[in-house]
Design a binder for this molecule. Sequence first.
Ligand code: KG4
Ligand code: ZN
Length: 350
Amino acid sequence: MLVLGIESSCDETAVALIEDAAGQTAPRVLSSVISTQIPLHRLYGGVIPELASRNHSSNLPGVLQEALQSANRSIHDVDVFASTAGPGLVAALLVGNTAAKALALTAGKPFIAVNHLEGHMLSPFILHEGGLVPHLSLVVSGGHTLLIDVQGTGQYTLLGRSLDDAAGEAFDKVAKMLDLPYPGGPEIDKRAEQGDATRFKLPRPMLHEEHLNFSFSGLKTAVLYLLPKLTPGGNPNDLDAQTLNDLCAGVRQAILDVLIRKAFKALKKTGHKVLAVSGGVSCNTALRRQLQEHCARARVELILPPNSLTTDNAAMIAFAGLLRARNGDFSPLNTPVDPNLKLGGIQARA
Ligand code: KG4
Ligand code: ZN
C-alpha cells in the first residue's frame, strides 16, 4: 500500500510517500519533501496566515512533483491520499486538504483526514522497528504541549496539557522579546549551548504540583521584568553576548525542567516504560541529552524521531494515514478542515 501525505497547517508545505510492504511492521519512507516558508515569515516576526496560504498554493504542485520523482513513483501508483485536517491555520489547511481530496477523487482512491497532533504523536514510530507500542507520549510543538497515554492507534487518553502558552510558543515569545529571529526555539537552543543556565533564577510553574498540566506564560513575564535590571531601558540589543547566552540557557532549562519532571510523573502514574517525544521542540539539543540521561537511569525506553521528522513534515501525516488505512478507516470527501481539531475527534466521527 502506497500512501501520499500532504501537510500545510502552518508555514511548511510538505508532501511524503510511505510504502507499507507486506509482512513488515515498519513502512518505508520513499520521500519526504518540505518547502519551508520560515525566511518569508521571519521578516514579520511570526507566521502571517494569508501569506502562508498563498504560498502553500503556489508551492504545493512543485513539492508534490518532487516527492513523486524522488520516490520514483507516479500519482497513479498511490493507493491512499492523506492530509492534515487540523489543528492549524484554516486557509493554510484548506490548500493541502483540498488538493488531497481532488487527487483522491480523480484517482478514485480513498482519502484520510489526519489530525496534525496525531501525526506528531506517532512520528517517533515511523522508523521504529517494533512499530507502534503502548507508551507515554510527550508532544511539544509550537501550538501544543500534551502528555498522552497511548494504548494503540486511536486509543488515546489526554493526561495533561499546557493551560496557557505551549512550550514552543514560550521559546518563540521569549526570543521575540530578546529580538532574536523567528522561530525562537532553534535560536535560543543555539545560544543556550554557550550559556550558564544557573546564572538567572527563572520560574518553573507547576513543577511540584501533582497534576500533569503545564503553564509557560509566566516565563515571558519573568524575562520582561528581568531585562530592565540587566540593561538600562531593557533593550535586549544592549546585552553583552554572554548575558544573552546565559539568559537563553536559563529560559531553556526552566522549560526543560518542567517538561521532564511532568513526563516522569506521568510515566509513574501510567506505569509505562516507553516514552516517545515529538513536535518541533523535541529537536532541542538539551532536551534530547537530558531525556537520554533520565531515561537510561530509570530504565525507560526513549523513542525520538530523527530531527528531520520533529518539525512539521508530511511523512508523519502519511504514517498516521497508513495506520488508519490498515484498518480501512477512511474519511468521507466532505470531511471539513477544523482549525481547532481536538485529538481523537476524527476517530470519534469515523
Ligand atoms: O511542530 P512544529 O514544527 O510546529 C507546530 O506544530 O507548532 O513546532 C514548531 C516549534 C516552534 O515553536 C519552534 O520554536 C520550536 O518548535 N523549535 C524548537 C527547536 N526547534 C524548533 N524549540 C526548542 N529547541 C529547538 N531546537
Ligand atoms: Zn506541528
